[in-house]
Design a protein. Sequence first.
Length: 160
Amino acid sequence: MINGVEYPWEDIKIYFDGVPFVDIKSIEYKDAEESEYLFGAGSYPIGLGIGNKTAEGKLVIGRAEFQKLLDLCGGNYWLLVLPQILIAYAEKAVVNALIEREYKALNRDILKNVKIVDRSYTHAQNDKESVVELSFIYQPAISQSGPAQPLSKDAGRVGA
């Protein structure tokens, strides 16, 4: 929120490895951790089991932007692993001024080691444009508003 106003879509800027992309229709990303209660004797849990962390997302872009992405990887997007996707949230004037200063926005999410795993095209009668939907995975740990601070493996655990 900036001066009491939430971030509208027009104030969100997306960069693939430092290259700004403009024909982004939507981006969705999430990370998760496998967790479940562990049971022993009786019907109440005796502990909490924590498993792997996963991260995935979906990007819908215009066909011309997809071509820019293909150009980044020499035409074979299956080989493409982007070091990062930066999603910057700021007022339009702030974003434009910050682009020249290493993409430091008021708030930002950084997705690291992004790998496209699925691609789909949708074309329908009366469409005004052609879009490509890309599913991706990334390194689980969204860095928000700056570099993520790594936690020790025992941080946050009972008795740690």
